[in-house]
Design a protein around this ligand. Structure first.
Ligand code: SF4
Length: 63
């Protein structure tokens, strides 16, 4: 699985971090979402929810 956040598209709303804090974190400098632990998707199962709830569809998951 490959998880990515498009930095150009992300508007820094923080929803992915709320849904999936083990995986996503808003970068203090850029204000945009970065992936801190992609492997946590496997254990907590919230990455799909984060992808579905991103308002600008910046998150993509490739199986
Ligand atoms: S939900 Fe989408 S737009 Fe909002 S911070 Fe996460 S990646 Fe960025």
């Amino acid at each position: 699985m490959k998880l990515t956040v498009d930095q150009e598209t992300c508007i820094g709303c923080g929803r992915c971090e709320e849904i999936c804090p083990a995986v996503f974190h808003l970068n203090e400098v850029t204000g945009k979402s970065e992936i801190i632990d992609e492997d946590a998707c496997e254990f907590v199962g919230c990455c799909e929810a984060a992808e579905e709830n991103c308002p600008v569809e910046a998150i993509s998951i490739e199986e």
